[in-house]
Ligand binder design. Sequence first.
Ligand code: AMP
Length: 213
Amino acid sequence: MIFIFLGPPGSGKGTQAALIAKNYGINTLSTGDVLRAKAAEDTEPGRQLRQIMQSGYLVPGQLVNQLVAEALSELGSKDIILDGYPRTIEQAHFLAQNVPFEQLVLYFDIQDDLLIKRLTGRFSCAHCKKIYNEHFAKLKHDNTCDICGSKEFVRREDDNPETVTNRLTQYRSETAALIKYYTEQNVLHHVDAEVSVDDIYAKVSKLVKNSLT
Ligand code: AMP
């Protein structure tokens, strides 16, 4: 079974994927994480990737398809959550043609104004990676991480206002077509992503559980 977590950047797909992975023992593949690791390499392809990602554009599909195909073949026939893939119709076709697994698509539905606040306000602990937000999930203790006590925090390079606007424009123009595609395939389920993490999890967990039994 392939669980496709589809939704704009900042819709909470990554957080929910991590919770489902932990509670159900399902592997997760985040193309954003894999690409960020590659972009951090001090090589020419690494630099090119970093430039694309910093401007908020999509990385060429061929490269992403190849990364996903490799990761999926390593996993064999195990269930998997795909976080951030497919993002275009071409990627969806590639997946359908090359990976003959049953698909369940969870669409994280959320308005842009809330996304902008979530993304531009997002920062995380440099040590334990706990994610915070200037508007919604502030630090409880004076400038120290609630979990590990560190005073060092980092922001994703692509969470600045200009790049965020680009990422959302890219998403709305490319990825929105996927909603139509998966609706026609009868595998798409709406998840209200404007509610709390716990409420989103209740819905996501129910959908995952039902499809595994
Ligand atoms: P994310 O962490 O999912 O927000 O992804 C961060 C960035 O990685 C995106 O803005 C894209 O530049 C790139 N990226 C991630 N997944 C894909 C994908 N499926 N296709 C193309 N680019 C991607």
